[in-house]
Design a protein around this ligand. Structure first.
Ligand code: MG
Length: 192
């Protein structure tokens, strides 16, 4: 089988990590409950920033957000290692800026994720992921972001959403914990 994964907020807890980074940088102590109630992907609002200020803050913090100690979600590394061991193909499809391709790949490897250079796609726009997913003829694809998931409705690929506070309105099959994956795949097979 061919499995495709988004990285940020699907395999790793990036926004929450960034929220901690913002608290520290701005000398604030905004509670995680506020983070968990956000109904959009962007995290700047609780810090009193406009969209423009938020975007500046995000871009100037990228180094720390991407390459420090952002934790993978529980079970994610083990799942991808197991899939690889079982002979499945793993693809990463991330809209991180293209200049972050090599370091992101290396960072993932350091966390224990199995990465093949030729299966690593980086730097496309959210709306362009669908073309790669179709071209690769993935059996399964996992993502968190409504802007991506909304483009995948007519894909042959079986799509799953990693539950986040900003995607609860989506009606496609969802999971919140990677330990649920076996059951999920089982249900998907029954749908075919
Ligand atoms: Mg994502």
């Amino acid at each position: 089988m061919r499995f495709g994964f988004d990285i940020d907020d699907t395999l790793i807890n990036l926004r929450e990590h960034a929220f901690h980074v913002y608290n520290k940088k701005l000398n604030q102590n905004i509670a995680l409950e506020i983070f968990h109630a956000l109904n959009k992907v962007e995290i700047h609002e609780p810090f009193g920033m406009t969209a423009e200020e938020g975007s500046k803050m995000w871009n100037s913090s990228l180094e720390e957000i991407y390459y420090t100690n952002c934790p993978p979600y529980l079970g994610a590394v083990e799942l991808l290692q197991q899939l690889t061991k079982e002979g499945h193909e793993i693809f990463y499809i991330t809209a991180r800026p293209p200049e972050h391709r090599e370091r992101t790949k290396k960072w993932l490897e350091e966390q224990g994720f199995p990465v093949k250079n030729e299966n690593f796609y980086c730097g496309m726009k959210d709306q362009e992921k669908v073309n790669i997913i179709k071209k690769l003829q993935l059996d399964y694809y996992f993502d968190d972001k409504p802007d991506v998931l909304n483009t995948l409705a007519n894909c042959e690929t079986k799509v799953f959403v990693k539950t986040q506070s900003y995607n609860e309105h989506l009606t496609i099959p969802r999971f919140s914990d990677w330990s649920e994956w076996k059951q999920l795949i089982g249900e998907a097979e029954n749908l075919r």
